[in-house]
Design a protein around this ligand. Structure first.
Ligand code: 0X9
Ligand code: ZN
Length: 694
């Protein structure tokens, strides 16, 4: 038990570290005889962006954990190591044996559980849930709170026939007339990322507890929003990973007192779903059990299977690869289920939880897509969330390109803000105390953590500055239906047909208010598919050395853009010390005055990069500001990127919804085309409908 101590669970954890060290020091055979290669986590050196891109294309199991010059990768077999070495990469080992690590983590989790009666989590739990635990907790929450919580069963079942379950939470949850915006939070697209499910369900329980106990902030949020929490998007994969996570804890002690691990990690580190082969519609019993080291080959990477930009960089076309994108966009029932959920609700903000690397990621997922039209607002919310958990606030692509991810589709198709959280510093499913600390915050984040970050995301979902509202007069009892059909661009293939359709029943008083996403999609608003070339057509590098300066001083580097019709210039700033320089890009007016056209993102301990889209030919100044650095040398590199791809919207930069007003039997009484911008309320009175409705 915590015995009233205010020590964080992680402090408790270190008390048990000594115990686990004994286990670690005991020489141990760790893998099945047939494959002596221990599944391991390694840190691969990628000094340049080109190396990073090359690594992304090797088909290895990349983690989201990386830094300026490395990416961490799971090696599942000797063949993986050979693949890496043959491509000329070097690496250091971070976790030499993930099976041993699993064993140690299980011990630490068990020690925490036996020392804890009730954890400080909203549920009080002190161990990772199994799939059955998730199901009974979700059902229990709904059963105990019928006016506040509704069980949600997504429209498709998994390949092994499991339901994909969630809860919807809102004051008067059964109402069909309130027009509230939806906040969606999800976990476990990737089987092994257990904390992502825990945080999702704990947030749901937190909201229910807060509402029930009269927390004013939470009551206000649930009066104005619907929250949908889907902790396990990939139930088949999770069930394998969670089960093998326990099974790996099979060991025996030989005569010499040495510990031998009998199992390899099995599917404990499985990532994908349980599709056994493309076109095989369901997974026979047992077919998802591990057949290769780590059980890794089977399945589709659900976070590469969404339609947006599907089939592009950062996703594999090979079935056995960890980031296999699937046979077609939305080929998997799990992503179809999420698609249908988002397409039928007005999800104004979503968080999709993953592990690990302490990141808050925002669109776009691919570097060549430039910046989104909502960059300023999404960066700002990202920064506020990151201030709660200490994570870095960056774009999805900043560690490696990805396509076909959840927000690649959801943000582009609906305009709802979307974030990927990469929870935790070191590993996919750490000892349980870390789950507690990441949720509630520890150290300087005590009382904040992901709990507070999610609350900020939920506040954003209800903030009318960030979505749109339709309101007006319409007959009580009529069904309002809002639809939009369009083609979502994929990278490979002709694109997919999307249809958004949601409904609202008009409540008392012959009036309605409906919180929705803006009618014009972000990329249309920005008048593009504006894709930049992958490689620069020209690069100009300038190195300054023997710079004498103090914090606050700056050095200007001139640059002239001679080319016209350029897609973007990308300015990178590099220097040898791990401290902070800033970068601002100005264009120079004919009279010599400067206009700021770009600046680097404010991420800590990262090298700086600024993007100037559609730059005019002319003179520029790259201003290097010594924010807090001891370096006396730095290098600027300007890449000139051509515009590739065409403007598929044909100059049309406004999209509308079709709004119909119907009798409950579906008879359409009035149809209107409705255009509404983000941050605006549009009045639409449905007088014709009112006249004909009875
Ligand atoms: O690669 C992924 O799918 C995510 N990382 S993980 O280690 N959890 O697998 C990161 C996706 C980030 N990119 C976007 N969301 N665009
Ligand atoms: Zn993930």
């Amino acid at each position: 038990m915590l015995s009233g101590s205010r020590r964080s669970p992680r402090a408790l954890l270190s008390a048990f570290a000594a115990i686990s060290m004994l286990t670690m020091l005991t020489p141990a055979a760790t893998a099945a005889d047939s494959d002596p290669f221990p599944v391991q986590l390694v840190r691969v050196n990628v000094p340049a962006q080109a190396d990073r891109d090359r690594l992304t294309n090797l088909g290895l199991d990349l983690t989201e954990h990386g830094g300026p010059a490395y990416v961490e990768v799971v090696l599942h077999s000797a063949a993986d190591a050979t693949r890496l070495a043959s491509a000329g990469f070097t690496w250091t080992v971070t976790i030499p044996d993930l099976a041993l690590r699993q064993l140690r983590n299980n011990e630490l989790s068990a020690a925490y559980a036996s020392a804890t009666m009730v954890s400080p989590l909203p549920s009080g739990r002190d161990t990772y849930r199994t799939l059955a635990d998730y199901e009974s907790d979700l059902r229990g929450l709904a059963n105990r709170n019928p006016s506040l919580v509704k069980l949600v069963t997504l429209s498709r079942t998994s390949l092994e026939g499991r339901g994909i379950l969630g809860v919807e939470i809102s004051e008067s949850v059964a109402s069909t007339t309130d027009g509230k915006p939806t906040f969606l939070i999800m976990g476990v697209h990737h089987a092994r990322e257990w904390p992502s499910g825990e945080h999702t369900i704990e947030f749901a329980i937190d909201l229910v507890n807060g509402y029930t106990s009269g927390n004013a902030r939470i009551r206000d949020l649930l009066a104005n929003a619907r929250v949908i929490a889907v902790p396990i998007v990939n139930p088949d994969g999770f069930d394998q990973s969670r089960k093998w996570g326990d099974l790996v804890d099979i060991r025996e002690v030989d005569d010499g007192g040495q510990v031998t691990i009998l199992g390899n990690p099995g599917n404990a580190y499985k990532r994908k779903n349980c599709r056994v082969a493309d076109g095989v519609a369901s997974t026979p019993p047992g077919a998802c059990e591990p057949t290769s080291p780590g059980g890794f080959g089977i399945g589709i990477d659900l976070n590469r299977n969404y339609g947006g930009l599907w089939g592009g960089p950062g996703a594999s076309s090979l079935f056995a690869d960890p980031t296999y994108r699937g046979a077609a966009p939305f080929s998997e029932p799990e992503t179809q289920a999420v698609r249908e959920l988002i397409s039928t609700r007005q999800v104004t903000t979503l968080v999709t939880n993953h592990t690990f690397s302490n990141l808050v990621l925002r669109p776009p997922g691919i570097r060549s897509a430039g910046e989104t039209v909502d960059e300023a607002a999404m960066k700002e919310l990202g920064a506020r969330m990151a201030a709660q958990n200490g994570y870095r606030n960056i774009h999805g692509w900043q560690l490696y390109d990805t396509t076909g991810t959840t927000e690649d589709w959801s943000y582009n198709a609906t305009g709802g803000y979307g974030y990927t959280f990469e929870i935790g510093p070191n590993e996919f499913h750490p000892p349980f105390p870390e789950v507690v600390d990441e949720y509630l915050g520890a150290g300087i984040y005590t009382g904040k953590g992901n709990r507070e970050a999610y609350l900020l995301a939920l506040e954003n979902a209800v903030d009318t500055a960030h979505h749109s509202v339709l309101s007006g007069r319409a007959p009580t009892g009529a069904v309002l239906r809002l639809t939009k059909e369009f083609t979502t661009a994929t990278t490979t293939g002709p694109g997919i047909q999307d249809r958004l359709e949601s409904t609202l029943v008009v409540g008392k008083g012959n009036k309605y208010a409906w919180h929705i996403n803006p009618s014009t999609r972000p990329e249309v608003m920005e008048h593009r598919v504006r894709l930049l070339a992958q490689e620069p057509s020209r690069e100009e590098t300038t190195t300054k050395s023997a710079v004498v300066w103090a914090p606050g001083d700056h050095v200007d580097v001139p640059f002239t853009l001679t080319e016209s019709d350029v897609g973007a210039i990308r300015v990178n700033l590099d220097w040898p010390t791990p401290d902070d320089l800033d970068l601002v890009v100005y264009s120079v007016n004919p009279d010599g005055s400067l206009v700021e056209v770009g600046s680097s993102g404010n991420f800590v301990a990262e090298k700086e990069e600024a993007l100037v889209e559609l730059p005019e030919p002319g003179n520029y100044v790259l201003r290097v500001v010594n924010y807090a650095s001891v370096t006396t040398t730095f290098t600027t590199t300007v890449g000139v990127y051509a515009l590739v791809g065409e403007d598929v919207f044909g100059g049309n930069i406004v999209e509308s919804y079709t709004l119909t007003c119907e009798r409950p039997d579906g008879t359409v009484l009035q149809t209107a085309q409705v255009t509404v911008d983000r941050g605006r309320t549009q009045r639409v009175d449905l007088g014709e409908c009112q006249k004909r409705f009875r």
